[in-house]
Design a protein around this ligand. Structure first.
Ligand code: FES
Ligand SMILES: [Fe+2]
Length: 337
């Protein structure tokens, strides 16, 4: 397994849903690092390396204390900064050993817990994440894909597979229209505009949408991908997937749907839209799993890309530690979509 480039650890990753973190600590894995998360009685969050410095028992199997977390094996207690607070059985006058568990910075935003797996780096998640507001959120869902993060992110941002993988739902097979695609570098990653697609042939569009004035795909480092639709009648819909690599073979996916400026109560979205989106997600999960199993049978093969594969090179560049596209990078192509 190829190790992750050090620069990737300096970003913030979605690691859990806020509602998952109640009384019991939970175990997460980010870029191969096992981490325990806990919410203290005060509401304060804790993220420590999931390893007790005494005999390496997983802290995630322990329980929270009023000020931190207790190891399940001999009960050593650690504070949210990782400092050792108590060793059961140690006479009160004896000093504690100067060991600590490694602590990670974390914060809560828009229903998700975000964590930075390095001691130094960005002060918080970027603009795309920060600008998404809980009042517009209709939906939050989590899944796990058996795929490398590059393949997972490419899948969500790539429209060229939709005819074959989601026939009828997203686009009807065989029906293609000429579409202009504009790729632009941004401060956080890149965006891709599609024009000539103000209507779409699939069932989802016909049931829930109206004429679009904008269809834009965003990538914001490290793992956020968003499809934004704006409508002639007003209103904005944003479907966002935050991808967090657990390992090079598994990626956690946190999906949100935000709706601004139109009638779409959460219950209606759940009842009417969600069953379709779930089917789309399942179709993607299945093809990605087939792809990743086949990559194991042909580990040395590199893919052949065409100009239709608009996002692949930038994603590979970022995830191999070679940075983002230049903010003024721009190209325009025409495709049959
Ligand atoms: S292994 Fe954690 S207290 Fe002993
Ligand atoms: Fe898809």
């Amino acid at each position: 397994m190829k190790p992750w480039h050090p620069s990737l650890f300096t970003y913030w990753y979605a690691v859990a849903r806020s509602d998952q973190l109640r009384r019991r600590p939970i175990a997460v894995t980010v870029l191969g690092s096992p981490i325990v998360l806990a919410r203290l009685e005060t509401g304060q969050l804790l993220a420590l390396e999931d390893r007790c410095p005494h005999r390496q028992a997983p802290l995630s199997a322990g329980c929270r204390t009023p000020t931190g977390i207790a190891c399940p094996y001999h009960g050593w207690e650690f504070g949210s900064d990782g400092a050792l607070q108590a060793v059961p059985g140690m006479p009160p006058e004896s000093p504690l050993p100067g060991v600590r568990a490694r602590a990670f910075p974390l914060l809560e935003h828009d229903g998700l817990i975000w964590l930075r797996p390095a001691d130094t780096g960005a002060a918080g998640p970027g603009e795309l994440v920060n600008s998404s507001q809980p009042v517009y959120r209709r939906f939050l869902w989590q899944t796990r894909w058996r795929a490398h993060v590059v393949d997972a992110t490419e899948n969500f941002l790539d429209p060229m597979h939709t005819h074959a993988i989601h026939p009828g739902l997203v686009r009807r097979n065989g029906e293609r229209t000429r579409t202009k695609v504009r790729f632009s570098g941004t401060a956080e990653g890149f965006s891709v505009d599609y024009s000539g697609q103000d209507r779409q042939s699939g069932l989802l569009y016909r049931l829930f949408e109206s004429r679009r004035t904008l269809e834009r795909a965003h990538f914001a480092a490290p793992g956020s991908a968003q499809i934004e639709y704006r409508y002639a009648k007003g209103g904005i819909v944003r479907i966002t997937l935050h991808f967090t690599p657990r390992t090079s073979e598994e990626t956690d996916v946190f999906a949100t749907l935000h709706v601004e400026g139109r009638w779409a109560p959460a219950w209606a979205v759940r009842l009417l839209v969600w069953p379709f989106l779930r089917q789309v997600s399942e179709q993607d999960r299945r093809i990605l799993q087939l792809q990743s199993e086949n990559l194991k049978r042909f580990p040395l093969q590199r893919g052949a890309s065409t100009r239709l594969d608009v996002v692949r090179a930038s994603l590979e560049q970022f995830w191999s530690g070679n940075g983002l596209p230049q903010a003024d990078e721009f190209r325009e192509i025409e495709i049959m979509l």
